[in-house]
Write a protein that binds this ligand. Structure first.
Ligand code: Q46
Ligand code: ZN
Ligand code: ZN
Length: 308
């Protein structure tokens, strides 16, 4: 098959909208979609400073690559979770990606910072639950301490669709009220954006391949058996039978999100007694979980007048 727009052989067959594209026209299509997502959901203004959270995997690598290509002022943050060899390799990939892109990379190592890696803490709390809490806190506080306007993550359409699906299955209305491509900043919460919101995992993999972006493809050892993976499989089956299922599901959710917003319980936030970040209790869940007595300070030191 040939590309829809030129004579070159097709590199990918898109199912929705259905078309065959060569690497160049697929790259153009992919980047145009990100631009449209940024405009449609008002994710970024041209002069905003963006912190891209890079895991070493494909989604965040592609996010950083495209935002840089579109001319945004980006820096990257890698959080080394301290999960043995998996984390070491992830950090190496993040370093290579940022070197190739020529963007500054900041690294925070959980084990050095907090004494234990993810998976090493004796707790009843599921590993992924405190891992998520830890990552969210660190990237927000890092961005806040260093004056970034936004934090960009690599969540793609498959991630979003499976997240919404699983939260609907459990009727977690509180979570359903707060999902989306944009979480506006408020006080010490820095704005969060998801530029890959309307692109499928398959498209992200193809973009990385077409543009020579290398990434860590191993999965985290704790991801094994995660229910979100099962939801992804169900959605993939449905997508195959009915192309467009995922995007229509997610867009439909965004249209109906107000139903869940009406159920939002108003929580009054105050400042955590330890770190000063927003918290519903006297001490925030991060400081409580890691038993902190002093706040973490992520301010990057000035080197030769550069940095902050
Ligand atoms: S939450 Fe769980 Fe992930 Fe953390 S412990 Fe690994 S699988 S990395 S997205
Ligand atoms: Zn073409
Ligand atoms: Zn705190």
């Amino acid at each position: 098959m040939r590309c829809k727009f030129c004579e070159k052989p097709a590199f990918i067959k898109l199912h929705y909208p259905k078309m065959y594209l060569c690497p160049e026209h697929f790259t153009e299509y992919f980047e145009r979609k990100i631009k449209r997502t940024i405009e449609r959901y008002k994710l970024l203004k041209p002069d905003e400073r963006v912190l891209v959270v890079v895991s070493g995997g494909k989604d965040s690598a592609v996010t950083a690559y495209v935002l840089k290509k579109l001319g945004y002022d980006i820096e990257c943050l890698h959080i080394n979770l301290g999960i043995g060899e998996y984390s070491e390799k992830s950090e190496e990939h993040a370093q290579k990606q940022c070197e190739a892109l020529g963007v500054p990379l900041h690294i925070v190592r959980v084990k050095e910072l907090l004494g234990h890696g993810i998976g090493e803490v004796r707790t009843r709390r599921p590993t992924c639950s405190y891992c998520g809490l830890t990552k969210r806190y660190i990237f927000n506080k890092f961005a806040y301490d260093n004056g970034f306007d936004a934090v960009a993550t690599g969540h793609n359409l498959d991630d979003e669709a499976s997240f919404i699906f699983s939260n609907m299955m459990h009727w977690n209305t509180q979570y359903l009220a707060k999902q989306g491509p944009l979480t506006p900043g408020e006080g010490k919460f820095v704005k969060k954006i998801k530029p890959l919101y309307e692109l499928t995992e398959r498209e992200v993999v193809a973009y990385a391949l077409a543009n020579g972006i290398e990434y860590h493809s191993e999965e985290c050892p704790h991801a094994h058996g995660a229910t979100t993976l099962e939801f992804k499989e169900v959605l993939n089956d449905m997508e195959e039978k009915r192309p467009g299922t995922k995007i229509n599901f997610v867009k439909g959710y965004l249209r109906k999100k107000h139903i869940f917003e009406a159920e939002l319980e108003e929580v009054e936030l105050r400042e955590c007694k330890i770190c000063g970040m927003p918290s519903s209790g006297e001490v925030c869940s991060f400081c409580r979980f890691w038993r902190l007595e002093e706040p973490l300070d992520f301010r990057v030191k000035k080197i030769n007048g550069k940095g902050r």
